[in-house]
Design a binder for this molecule. Sequence first.
Ligand code: NDP
Length: 483
Amino acid sequence: MTDLQKNLIAGEWLAGESEIENRNPSDLSDLVGIFAQASADQLEATLDQAQVAQREWAAYGLERKQAVLMNIGNELMARAEELGTLLSREEGKPLAEGKGEVYRAGQFFTYYAAECLRQIGENADSVRPDIEVDVRREAVGVVAIISPWNFPTATASWKIAPALCYGNAVVWKPANITPASAVALTEIIARQDIPKGLFSLVMGSGRSIGQRLVESPKVNAISFTGSVPVGKGIAAAAIQNLTKVQMEMGSKNALAVLDDADLDLAVSLALGGAFGGTGQKCTASSRLVVHAAVHDAFVEKLVAGTQAMKVGHALDAGVQMGPVVSEQQLNENLAYVDLGKTEGAELACGGQRLEMPHEGFYMSPGVFLNTTNDMRINREEMFAPLTSVIKVGSYDEALAVVNDTNFGLTSGIVTQSLARATHFRRNARTGVVTVNLPTAGTDYHVPFGGRGDSSYGPREQGKAAAEFYTTVKTAYISAGKPF
Ligand code: NDP
């Protein structure tokens, strides 16, 4: 990507009012590309065109819409290796994770391609004689999508695919730190049989173009994934225009390891959940709630496994954990390491900045021991390759600790007891619960979202997405005279 990478504004690829450079966090000498920053005028122009294009798109035949989504999905899956390499280069996740993410993004599109053909509606008799009621869902209109950098292609796709499927126009503001993946996905979408301006890419900072987008009365719905403070600001802006809003924000997910757990399984779930994606996942296992009876044995295996993890350049073979996404995020992570020690936690391993042959944002995965659930490291989302062990004396205490958080996205339990697994599944106060599985990793055909500070508004993914991307119309039909 040596040429300036442009925004897609009202159907045209345009340079912006300024440009930013994007560099590979695994190797800062590697320039990923130069990216245009959209202007306020361009945003207005593309929103105007989106309103026109949306009406045309909503009137497309079902199979025509389905073909568009199917083509996007198939191309993403076919190019998973190439686009996954680009994603890993700019975001820093190991190549296998980058490729897997692009492939999964393709599956979102093929899933919603099929959903295009599913007629959603109800028909009923009125309580009044000789009158029928038809309840159908129609597109909301123009949807603003604001996506994060940690899953730059998948998170955007699980929003874009249902938005298009249900007949909406999309104006997409990706995270400015992962623009190359955004341009690659937009190029695929722009080549499809869609009305001019149905899909827009507006790269730029959240504070400038993102804020203007969420304040615009031309936007009918906003889907956001990111941090809690930004989410609250977006909700406040949205309510001024009574714009529909859906938000998925951070979490502080817990994995409970009971006294009857298979410890090798528990350690492997904890390692994957805590350090996959360099810990930069809203579903990361950042609290490990461990029964005292297995605590010492679990900790020994966990620390050994953490120390054995291979950290390195995201594109190098055998690397299990890449760099942190940015210098700012790395500095915040290291500040949390200091905070944990100040709060009295014992850093058993890791948590250090690492020097590598290439200059990048590397740190070693870290484990805190002897922590309590009231420490800030166990209450705030760190988005870091850091995890804390909290020792508990019983299942009841484990459940109480799991639920003692302002967040509520995912939680997991490792146990061989059906009774405890069932009780946990029913009583964990999270949107997603897992049993003998990682707290991270979800399917695309079922709802995803959380409680508390983790989510706001209708669930994402699967058929649940229809709730956000459509609006309900109830029609009453009479023949005009008695039959
Ligand atoms: P942000 O919440 O700042 O960013 C998320 C998205 O929102 C980005 O596209 C960002 O744009 C955009 N944005 C930022 N400010 C505004 C605004 N005022 N109006 C509209 N859009 C805006 O997250 P960060 O990237 O700064 O990450 C900080 C922390 O957030 C992380 O450490 C983590 O704790 C949490 N986070 C959680 C995620 C999750 O999956 N739940 C994902 C990402 C972050 P831009 O990046 O261009 O500024």
